[in-house]
Design a protein around this ligand. Structure first.
Ligand code: HEC
Ligand code: HEC
Ligand code: HEC
Ligand code: HEC
Ligand code: HEC
Length: 409
């Protein structure tokens, strides 16, 4: 069990990291360590406290606060702030933390607020046993614990900056003692630490509950060559800190090609056939069990009357407590799936419409509703957060595509 200590001098770094820092900061040829080796250290579990900042660092250079990084790295800060990485400690997580002990909470924080300094602040807030005895030092801003996946979680270890190979000239005497380069930042495995459960992680129906990296690895995008697209190619184009995903309508529209066909089967019987191709996501569409995409079919008569014909779901449908799989209709990268709606109709004075709607947090909506229905069993402090989480989840829904088809005359 690690100790929550704010600062104990740079020697709290694991010795392997110290050795590699020395190697990397040598001049001349950069002895770039193998990506795997770098990542094992970089994402060591848990991430050790940063320790005392080097004496030469100004307050600005020492700070772990994203706003402070943003004073110099303006673009990355703006992108990050608009992304879900900055909201990884939202109400959806915080109400659950209030019901957990420290050990349970740390299992979530490993991905949602991974720095030791963030865990220490949260331990103070929740009165957990390992809470530090002293207030945080200057380089830890009091709100760091609620800021989710901060810049420093991906870029700073032992107050040393790590980043991808620079694209232009580097500046002599750069702030924060310059930075150490690793190609690991350009590699999909960098993201796998949080977007892929290990083999012994939780499964349902034999499938890992979070399997994005493996889905990508099995896709055409992982093949070496001109067509190779990493997580960063699609989610950080031009190194933008955007990380748009299924919460973003424009990004999700790029993921699918949809067509609608009406087939007459004779005798007033018809089939509306929607074909959905995952043409733009580098993993299943959608990648895991939380989001759902609904296909709803309607018949619209010329007099304005609308009849719902039926609904279909794209997604990994599971029951609320995640004990049982209901169906798995996710579409693997570069594959397609047909959705057929049979119906009967007389005459030809009508059209069929298919509306695709996205519920980015469908499974959480159910969990939140279920918990609110037992609100009397929850501590009162939890309720406002839970309500907020549900409202955010409902608000995230949007319409993706609307197509129509008529009988050919
Ligand atoms: C989830 C991890 C993650 C977070 C959080 C993150 N970054 Fe990055 N950052 C990366 C990766 C990965 C790259 C390299 C992307 C690539 O090579 O395509 C990168 C690249 C950079 C670069 C080099 C940009 C360039 O154009 O060469 C800077 C500077 C940077 N990040 C600063 C920041 C700052 C400042 C923040 C917070 C506001 C931040 N990062 C948050 C992962 C992250
Ligand atoms: C330290 C853990 C961590 C790392 C590393 C990480 N992520 Fe994330 N990522 C998260 C968490 C947690 C969320 C969810 C935030 C929330 O919604 O509360 C998330 C959300 C996202 C989303 C938004 C999904 C949506 O629903 O719209 C995308 C896209 C994403 N990450 C891509 C990446 C990519 C690409 C990388 C690698 C460059 C990466 N992440 C690295 C933890 C991580
Ligand atoms: C292996 C990394 C990882 C761990 C561990 C993890 N999460 Fe997440 N979590 C994610 C990612 C990635 C997403 C975003 C996926 C997306 O939005 O598509 C996410 C999204 C969420 C969301 C929805 C977004 C939000 O902020 O409302 C909640 C709630 C959540 N996680 C709660 C938890 C809880 C509670 C735990 C601990 C029991 C936990 N997570 C453990 C990676 C992780
Ligand atoms: C006082 C201004 C300043 C502050 C504050 C600052 N940086 Fe930097 N940082 C720079 C400059 C300038 C460079 C570019 C050095 C170069 O190109 O040689 C840089 C380089 C980097 C790089 C390397 C980019 C690459 O090409 O790989 C990363 C990563 C980085 N900073 C992250 C951060 C993070 C994270 C923070 C906050 C914890 C931060 N910086 C705070 C000025 C700053
Ligand atoms: C070819 C482009 C492409 C690649 C490569 C790619 N993604 Fe995506 N990703 C998308 C698009 C488009 C979406 C939005 C549609 C969707 O949710 O599938 C998305 C959605 C997501 C989401 C939102 C959650 C969800 O349920 O869909 C996460 C998280 C994510 N990607 C992470 C990753 C990670 C991690 C990698 C690398 C292992 C990666 N992506 C590789 C294009 C890509």
């Amino acid at each position: 069990m690690f100790k929550l200590i704010w600062a104990r001098g740079a020697l709290r770094l694991p010795s392997a990291l110290v050795v590699s820092l020395l190697l990397l900061s040598g001049c001349g040829e950069k002895p770039t360590p193998k990506v795997e080796d770098f990542l094992v250290r970089h994402w060591s579990e848990p991430i050790p406290p940063q320790g005392k900042p080097p004496a030469a660092f100004s307050t600005l250079e020492a700070s772990l606060s994203p706003q402070v990084c943003g004073q110099c790295h303006v673009e990355q800060y703006a992108g990050w702030q608009a992304s879900l990485h900055s909201k990884a400690m939202g109400p959806g997580l915080r109400w659950q933390l209030k019901l957990m002990n420290q050990e349970q909470a740390n299992r979530c924080l490993r991905c949602h607020a991974p720095l030791a300094e963030q865990k220490a602040l949260l331990a103070l807030e929740h009165g957990w046993a390992n809470a530090p005895k002293y207030p945080p030092p200057d380089f830890v801003s009091p709100d760091l614990g609620h800021q989710g996946l901060v810049c420093a979680a991906c870029h700073v270890r032992g107050h040393q900056r790590f980043g991808p190979p620079p694209r232009g000239e580097t500046i002599e005497g750069a702030p924060h003692g310059g930075f150490t380069v690793s190609t690991a930042f350009e590699d999909s495995r960098f993201c796998a630490h949080c977007h892929q459960f290990p083999d012994d992680g939780p499964r349902l129906a034999g499938k890992l509950q979070e399997d994005t990296y493996r889905q990508w690895l099995a896709s055409p995008y992982a093949m070496e060559g001109a067509g190779k697209k990493t997580c960063q190619t699609c989610h950080m184009p031009d190194r933008k800190h955007a990380w748009r995903g299924i919460h973003d309508p424009e990004m999700t529209r790029r993921a699918v090609d949809v067509s609608l066909k009406l087939v007459s089967l004779g005798g007033g019987r018809y089939e509306a056939l929607a074909n959905v191709r995952n043409s733009g996501a580098g993993h299943h569409f959608p990648t895991y069990m939380v989001p759902k995409v609904e296909l709803a079919f309607y018949r619209r008569d010329s007099n304005g009357a609308t009849h719902e014909l039926g609904r279909h779901i794209i997604g990994w449908q599971v029951d609320t407590p995640i004990k049982q799989e209901i169906a798995d209709t996710r579409i693997p990268a570069d594959e397609a799936r047909d959705f057929r709606q049979l119906f009967t109709a007389s005459g030809t004075d009508w059209r069929v419409e298919m509306v695709m709607r996205v519920f980015p947090a469908e499974h959480y909506e159910r969990i939140y509703r279920n918990s609110l229905s037992q609100a009397d069993q929850l501590p009162p402090a939890v309720i406002p957060l839970l309500r907020r989480a549900l409202a955010d989840a409902v608000e995230a829904r949007y319409e993706l595509v609307r197509l129509e088809a008529g009988v050919e005359r």
